[in-house]
Design a protein around this ligand. Structure first.
Ligand SMILES: C[S@@+](CC[C@H](N)C(=O)[O-])C[C@H]1O[C@@H](n2cnc3c(N)ncnc32)[C@H](O)[C@@H]1O
Ligand code: SF4
Ligand code: SF4
Length: 485
């Protein structure tokens, strides 16, 4: 018995989409982020399956080719046999990362700062309370504490708290503007107590860096980078990109190659905190400039040492991890789902009055970790019909919120970028080059295999956000994972 004998039973995902570029056809299954590039015969067999209701068969194609084509489509998870559909499940995510803003105090006043940091707040957790927090984080099974702020180096007891965290087996990271890493002794101590040091740099010249970070900061941060390197620390550089510095990524990449660093993490400037008032927020033009640079310029390898990343087949990204894999504790001990989601309504509890484990079970956090772009949930309702929902997982909810006003609602502009980014990675995974990735805008237009029409969400960035009706999803919560059927 061959596959052809099950002809009437094959399932074609309702919103399977296809893209075209340079004579190639790319099929993408939104349910599990599976894809393939069928040849003409394989695509004709798929089209015949879609047309079954109209009584069409695979006329004109030899039984051998039909059999081979069905095997190809099945193996690439763009069609299924009943009972063998992929069934993604939400594994209950364990807490891994805790961002701890050990102080709100900061020596700089960056105009875009989401934390709006200035002076230390009255009533910040003291040394003993910070140490007790480390105990609770370790007890809860988290692996890593990321010290942030404000400027964490403003806290005199920072290194004692960090040493305590390490003694509990926690990994310790810091995000710092590095202006207070003034001498060799400090850099040496940092090399001993931090597993990862992240230094923020906004430009490769005094002018571009100090435009946001303020006078005198470029020289100080450069000095710190040298000291850290001398003591064997290979920092990550956080590089916030907005309208004003999007065009200088090449210079920044070359500048970064002069240091021993792990990677440059390029971060979009978001309109959060003080950033709401700053009009240099990242947009579509900045995205396109970064996209072209990333996929075509040799210097991009300095930004991402492994080079631009191709997508992995048959993957399902549930959500961004807020409230599940990661949480945020502010300097007063308030616990939030993420460092960027910090409205009064988003407080899940306070470590002064409750155990962290109890707070972790709070509905504010549980709702977020149980919501998913693929399986549905209150935080991701706008994602239900998207053709890249499994690959994307719903994006950064805080970045959505910066534009839409709520982390439960998508930013149409961010979705436009995310879709372009995900489809780029998929094209790259099937070997497409710059002609497709950068020069062919049509390569990103999704056509529904069932109807031949352009997918309705593709151009939704042109319209106001409205409430969507959900498509039924094949995915269920019952069993299996990813492409395992
Ligand atoms: C809030 S700062 C705290 C740590 C430290 N003061 C520093 O600047 O590195 C943490 C990181 O968030 C970045 N950041 C701040 N506001 C941002 C925004 N509106 N959009 C994107 N990144 C932002 C900073 O550049 C920094 O890398
Ligand atoms: S980004 Fe960092 S250095 Fe700049 S104001 Fe915010 S906390 Fe301070
Ligand atoms: S692109 Fe937008 S709609 Fe699509 S899955 Fe990502 S966040 Fe959701």
């Amino acid at each position: 018995m061959g596959l052809i004998d099950s002809w009437d039973d094959f399932i074609v995902p309702p919103d399977l989409v296809r893209f075209h570029s340079e004579g190639r056809r790319l099929l993408v299954n939104p349910e599990i982020s599976a894809w393939c590039t069928p040849d003409d015969v394989q695509y004709a067999v798929l089209a015949a399956l879609v047309d079954r209701e109209r009584g069409a068969g695979a006329a004109g194609i030899s039984p051998r080719d039909v059999e081979r084509s069905l095997a190809y489509l099945l193996l690439h998870y763009v069609i299924y046999l009943p009972g063998r559909e992929p069934r993604p499940v939400m594994a209950a995510p364990g807490l891994k990362l805790v961002y701890y803003a050990i102080t709100d105090g900061c020596n700089l006043r960056c105009p875009y700062c989401y934390a709006s940091s200035e002076k230390a707040l009255p009533g910040e957790l003291d040394t003993a309370e910070s140490m007790a927090l480390m105990d609770e984080i370790a007890d809860l099974g988290a692996t890593t504490v990321i010290f942030t702020g404000g400027e964490p180096m403003m806290r005199r007891d920072l290194f004692s708290v960090v040493r305590h965290a390490r003694s509990l087996g926690l990994r310790t990271n810091i995000i710092t503007n590095a202006t207070l890493v003034r001498d060799s002794a400090v850099a040496e101590e940092m090399s001993e107590i931090f597993d990862l040091v992240t230094v923020s740099m906004d430009g490769s010249t005094e002018e571009s860096h100090e435009r946001t970070r303020g006078r005198g900061t470029f020289r100080k941060t450069l000095h710190a980078l040298k000291l850290l390197n001398e003591h064997g620390v290979r920092p990550v550089i956080n590089h916030v990109v907005g309208k004003d510095n999007a065009a200088t990524m090449e210079q920044f990449a070359e500048f970064a190659s002069g240091f021993d660093i792990r990677m440059v993490r390029v971060m979009q400037q978001s309109a959060l905190g003080r950033g709401k008032e700053d009009d240099a927020t990242y947009g579509w033009q900045e995205y396109l400039a970064g996209h072209a640079f990333t996929w075509t310029h040799p210097a991009a390898k300095h930004l991402l040492p492994e080079g631009p990343k191709a997508a992995k087949p048959c993957s399902v990204k549930g959500n961004c991890g807020m409230g599940g894999v990661e949480i945020y504790v502010n300097s007063l001990g308030n616990v939030y789902p993420c460092k960027l989601i910090t409205a009064p309504l988003d407080i899940a509890g306070n470590v002064r009055t409750q155990k962290l484990a109890e707070i972790f079970a709070d509905p504010v956090l549980a709702e977020m970790r149980e919501s998913s772009a693929v399986l549905g949930g209150s935080v991701h309702t706008d994602c239900a019909e998207c053709y890249i929902r499994a690959a994307c997982g719903g994006g950064c909810r805080a970045y959505h919120m910066a534009d839409s006003g709520s982390y439960r609602r998508n930013s149409r502009q961010l979705c436009r970028q995310l879709r372009h980014q995900m489809i780029s990675s998929i094209w790259a995974a099937v070997g497409a080059g710059p002609r497709t990735l950068v020069e062919d805008p049509d390569a990103f237009s999704p056509y529904l295999v069932r109807t031949g029409e352009l997918h309705p969400v593709h151009e939704d960035w042109k319209a106001e956000l409205t409430v969507r009706k959900s498509l039924p999803l094949v995915a269920t919560r019952s069993a299996g994972k990813g492409c395992a059927s």
